[in-house]
Design a protein around this ligand. Structure first.
Ligand SMILES: [Zn+2]
Length: 325
């Protein structure tokens, strides 16, 4: 790799998610110079997705009249369990077929440029801490609620990575050992209660058991068409089954946040991801559960707020991670 490169050069950041690949170029000062989004098409498998990342990087560079020599590094935020030291995606439930893929060295080999690889929720935590809702704070926790549930922890203004670089798998904190099956194989993980897929599954199950809901009409009679977003919309229109499903998810999210608050005493818990766009219908019950169940000294110290950077938190964080190395 090109050692001793000018660290003032911009970074090319990649956010590799189950649905979208976002590619951005960020200046040393934190300005986004270019940004482009592509479909991941994860079903096509790792090789096809990696080829798509390569061609997308080349496209973004050529559209902006930039060459690889004008970059300081490539930094990738990916949805999965990352071995950060070796730059390996060990597993990724939302990226089909990705097991033990040494993405860092593959990208370095291809582009001959220093490459970093971190977990996407860790990157989002870093992004929200440097540029978003948590700017200026010392200790915060970020949860991303989407298809799955990711987490990132900032302690003393730095990203907490743990001994293998994969700390903060908050989605797999076990909330109820007798709870529903999680993607990871365990039962009752936070993710099995509060992810978008879990919210949709709970609504589908209640309707299959005879529950009455406007969701059936919204899904054009097809239960499989029910999504977390539809549940949210139905709840907003006063549908009681949908409201109960969201209250249940909010309650369990509250229990998860109580555990985090009691263990880490953060100043802020930031909730992001597509499910978090439900806003106060989700966050207000969480605040209530934390007030009731966490120790008062700790619950009074914490603010529970929505994320600010939206879908760009990951690319901001990936770029910052590289710039700060
Ligand atoms: Zn799990």
């Amino acid at each position: 790799m090109r050692k001793g490169k000018d660290q003032k050069l911009p970074v090319l950041a990649v956010d590799l998610g189950g649905t979208k690949i976002i590619i951005a170029i960020m200046s040393h000062q934190g300005e986004i110079i270019a940004r482009q989004s592509y479909n991941t098409l994860a079903d096509e498998g790792p090789q096809a997705v990696m080829n798509r990342i390569f061609s997308s990087i080349e496209e973004v560079l050529s559209q902006n009249n930039l060459s690889l020599s004008q970059l300081s590094a490539i930094s990738i935020a990916a949805a999965g369990i990352i071995d950060i030291k070796n730059g390996v995606i060990t597993e990724a439930p939302n990226l089909s077929g990705w097991h033990d893929i040494p993405l860092k060295s593959i990208v370095e080999e291809k582009f001959k440029l220093t490459t970093f690889l971190i977990n996407d929720a860790d990157a989002a935590a870093l992004g929200e801490h440097r540029f978003g809702a948590g700017k200026g704070l010392s200790n915060l926790i970020l949860l991303t609620l989407g298809t799955g549930v990711g987490g990132g922890i900032i302690i003393n203004s730095g990203l907490y990575l743990g001994s293998s670089g994969s700390a903060a798998e908050i989605g797999h904190m076990i909330i109820d050992v007798n709870g529903p099956k999680c993607q990871c194989g365990n039962n009752g993980c936070l993710e099995a209660f509060v992810s978008g897929s879990a919210i949709a599954a709970e609504a589908k199950s209640r309707i299959s058991q005879g529950g009455k809901s406007s969701l059936i009409e919204m899904a054009e009679g097809k239960i499989e068409n029910i999504t977390a977003e539809k549940v949210y919309l139905a709840a907003g229109e006063g549908d009681s089954l949908a409201s109960e499903v969201i209250s249940r998810a909010a309650y369990y999210l509250g229990i998860g946040v109580v555990n985090l608050v009691n263990i880490l005493n953060p100043e802020m818990v930031i909730i992001g991801g597509s499910v978090a766009s439900m806003g106060d219908i989700l966050l207000e019950p969480v605040r209530q559960v934390v007030k009731e169940k966490a120790f008062p000294l700790l619950s009074q110290a914490v603010k529970i707020v929505p994320a600010r950077l939206g879908n760009d938190a990951g690319i901001f964080g990936a770029a910052i991670f590289a710039l700060e190395q």
